[in-house]
Design a protein around this ligand. Structure first.
Ligand code: AMP
Length: 552
């Protein structure tokens, strides 16, 4: 069995193929292992514990060691000097131990990924780290190639993708051509010193500035501030505003410092906009280098944890006019690609690799796009999907809804499962009731659905202005085992050309009624004639919903 390892700057991920399915190795209840190493007289600690210790004892802890790979330097941990590859080997050794335990077999062979930008020395250091951990390193694979492989692009007939990979510490861009099962990197570029960590640093500075504290920043405060900034940054990917309220943030002269700061998405976007534009410039120049025009691309694949930042999609769309495709599971895609590469090296058939998907759409009842239910209305309700059928699980999605009356005091959230736009043809699986103590004139709620592999659906609704919220846990009817789907089908063709092809294909189906055809034509025309990209995305969603429904 070959293990695929994404040895990341911030987190590492490992996956293997077990009985034709991708299986992630779990570390301390998470599929992400923080790439943090702490050494104390008691021994070596790797992962989330080391990350926590870093808050109180940063000096014996190595973070982001990947940035130092290939350099002729040593880091001092617990009074001993270690090379970057030695520190990395501790991370890999932990992965090996956990994988062997979990998969109940000896694991020798691995494929490890590195940024495409890594030079020979950096690659060699990564290989050495693998060997020090007791592995046989079958291949060092470029991360963007791995991401593309995970997407099944090697199974496309002939296609060209740009892979935009923004992780914790590195940015990579690659133009990749898939032809008859062979993936070729046409051009690659990046910045090995740019990633989510830099956004954390900038945000930490802003938080510190706004805190009003007039004290010297200690190393401990710095580490804590950075971790706090990361939490805030992640929240800002789905929320417009984050209020920090840490009563015991630090101690000065034995008195606690109370940190109270507010940060908005706009503040954050301002901080990072220049960085994102820099990545888009690199995308442009790499396209030029590959002698490829944007029209020739089958898509821009977004991968790496930081690609979840909404500003990235917005700016890419604005600058390239290509709709980016956010890989459903950007944290795991590189590791999955490494695993597939391992299987390909061993001559295994990867056509049958399966992923878990949800066989039903899940959503809530609403009036129409711009309104939300009140208690005594009599209008026929429609089904608004939040998680679409066939989404690989686990999956996490947020959708915004608007109040139907001014100063609305309560929101009844009825959760349904099914595919029909007519609400009553779907199955109700539960409900939640959100009461607002201080209603605002134009209420807005964000409804988040998180569906895990066991079919447990966590629903959270939050009123955006007042931050009042409700959380419920429901059991969807998908049972323990969700259906399986060949990995290469995972690609959702969300660029314009593919969408139009999809519309045309369904339009030509003789079983489609003329009413449905008219609705399709109307949506298609609206889609093609609209310039506002946000509206366009929302129409696209409507079209995909309708297509799903008609395909049923
Ligand atoms: P990776 O190196 O691909 O594991 O990416 C890790 C980086 O992604 C870290 O900087 C994380 O803080 C960042 N990240 C993960 N999830 C999110 C999110 N939802 N929004 C913004 N950044 C994120």
């Amino acid at each position: 069995m070959v293990l695929g390892i994404d040895l990341g700057t911030t987190n590492s991920v490992a996956t293997a193929i077990v009985d034709g399915e991708i299986k992630s190795i779990v570390f301390d209840n998470s599929e992400l292992l923080p790439s943090v190493v702490h050494i104390s007289p008691r021994g070596v600690i790797v992962g989330v514990k080391a990350k926590n210790i870093a808050k109180v004892e940063p000096e014996n802890t190595a973070i982001s060691i990947k940035r130092k790979m290939g350099q002729d330097i040593k880091v001092n941990l617990n009074n001993k000097k270690y090379s970057p590859q030695e520190v990395s080997s501790f991370i890999l050794k932990r992965i090996k131990d956990e994988a062997q335990k979990e998969l109940n077999s000896e694991i020798k062979e691995v494929v490890i990924t590195t940024p495409a930008y890594f030079n020979e020395q950096q690659r060699e250091a990564t290989k050495q780290a693998g060997e020090m951990a007791g592995f046989t390193v079958l291949r060092i694979l470029n991360e963007p190639t791995a991401a593309a492989l995970s997407f099944g692009t090697n199974k496309d007939e002939d296609s060209i993708y740009a892979v935009y990979d923004l992780g914790g510490g590195t940015f990579d861009i690659s133009i990749i051509e898939s032809c008859e099962g062979v993936v070729e990197v046409l051009a690659t570029s990046g910045n090995s010193q740019l990633g989510g960590d830099d956004f954390d640093t900038k945000l930490a500075e802003l938080i510190w500035e706004r805190s009003g504290f007039k004290i010297e920043k200690t190393l401990k405060i710095d580490v804590k501030l950075n971790q706090l900034a990361e939490e805030v940054k992640v929240k800002l990917s789905s929320e417009d505003i984050v209020e920090i309220d840490e009563k015991f943030f630090a101690k000065v002269d034995n008195k606690p410092l109370h940190l109270r700061v507010e940060v908005t998405k706009e503040d954050f976007n301002k901080l990072i906009k220049a960085n994102i534009l820099e990545t888009i410039e690199l995308l442009n120049s790499t396209m030029e280098e590959a002698e490829i025009e944007y029209e020739e691309l089958s898509g821009i694949l977004l991968t790496g944890g930081s690609s979840r930042i909404p500003l990235i999609e917005e700016l890419i769309l604005e600058n390239t006019e290509v709709l980016p495709i956010l890989i459903e599971d950007p944290d795991k895609s590189v590791s999955i690609g490494a695993t597939i590469q391992g299987a390909l090296i061993k001559g295994e058939n990867t056509d049958s690799i399966l992923v878990d998907i949800t066989p039903y759409s899940l959503g809530i009842s609403t009036l129409d796009d711009k309104s939300f239910f009140n208690e005594d209305m009599e209008i026929e309700l429609k089904f608004s999907k939040i998680i679409l059928k066939n989404s690989p699980v686990p999956v996490f999605k947020t959708k915004k809804f608007y109040a139907s009356t001014e100063y609305q005091k309560a929101y009844q959230i009825d959760v349904y499962q099914g595919e029909h736009s007519n609400l009553n043809e779907n199955i109700k699986i539960g409900e939640a009731f959100l009461e607002i103590n201080k209603p605002v004139q134009d209420g807005e709620i964000d409804v988040t659905f998180a569906l895990d592999v066991n079919g447990i659906l966590k629903v959270e609704a939050i009123e955006v202005n007042t931050k009042e919220d409700i959380k419920v846990e429901l059991k969807s009817k998908i049972g323990k085992k969700v259906t399986k789907k060949v990995l290469s089908d995972k690609l959702v063709n969300s660029n314009e050309e593919n969408l139009i092809l999809k519309i045309d294909a369904i339009f030509n189906n003789p079983e489609i009624s003329s009413d449905d055809k008219n609705e399709l034509i109307e949506l298609k025309n609206r889609y093609l004639n609209i310039n506002d990209e946000k509206e366009k995305l929302s129409i696209e969603e409507e079209i995909l919903d309708l297509i799903f429904y008609l395909e049923e």
